[in-house]
Design a protein around this ligand. Sequence first.
Ligand code: NAD
Length: 256
Amino acid sequence: MKKVALITGSTSGIGKSIAIAFAESGYDIMFHGLEKNGPEIAAKIGEEYSVKTYFSNANLKDQEAINILIAETIKEFGKIDILINNAGIQYVSKVEEFPLDKWNDIIAVNLTSAFVASRAVWPSMKKNGFGRIINISSVHGIRASEYKSAYVSAKHGVIGLTKVLGLEGAADNITCNSICPGYVKTPLVEGQIRDQAKAHGLSEEEVIKQVMLKKQAVKEFIPEKKIAELALFLAKEDSSAITGSAYVLDGGWSAQ
Ligand code: NAD
């Protein structure tokens, strides 16, 4: 029987690249995200790699919707072997002007949803004696940047949650690990490059090197494919001893 992966936020950016890599490796995939063309993305990738796919647009701000997402996935595929908590949002503001509703949204989507989804999937993983939970944190889970109070708090929280789940899952062959990327050139980041080029009066090339990748020693974006390869490695059956850890892919940012 094929292994089943549920990847939140898999109709865009990093999540989509992870989903493609898992489909390519023969996993059935539960796609999820708010993108309007989600059903088409899921169907196209399923057809291309001859794997079963399904799609949900559950809003991760709604805890009951997350419980339904897990139940729906188990109903459709019979099980969830791999849960990848990837969906995330960002908001940038000075702390004294940071709106509370933006703080609450970021904590809900980037942190609470990972807890609620993991809690909901836990009994079935325990029953199956197999589970791999992979949380997409960030280099901001171990380092801070100005104006990102909510995001940095949520991403640090994800690493704490990962450690606890790693400990609690050990006896049942459920592992939990975080991946902490530096900057990845997703649609989200491409928009930020354009905005910053305008704001700073620089070329997009200059923004990338001088502003965005300032803290990375390697002045290159982290390839989505490398994140997907690490996720595949962590998802393997024989990766059972690897748990509770945070894997940094950040071009040397946190080496400083
Ligand atoms: P993205 O905007 O391309 O994708 C985010 C996905 O999350 C989308 O599918 C979106 O629909 C989904 N999503 C957002 N809010 C949601 C909600 N309320 N309910 C359901 N789905 C929701 O972003 P990305 O750059 O691919 O980011 C993916 C993850 O990687 C995030 O957790 C992000 O924090 C993390 N990350 C990104 C970078 C980067 O440079 N791009 C770096 C480090 C970590």
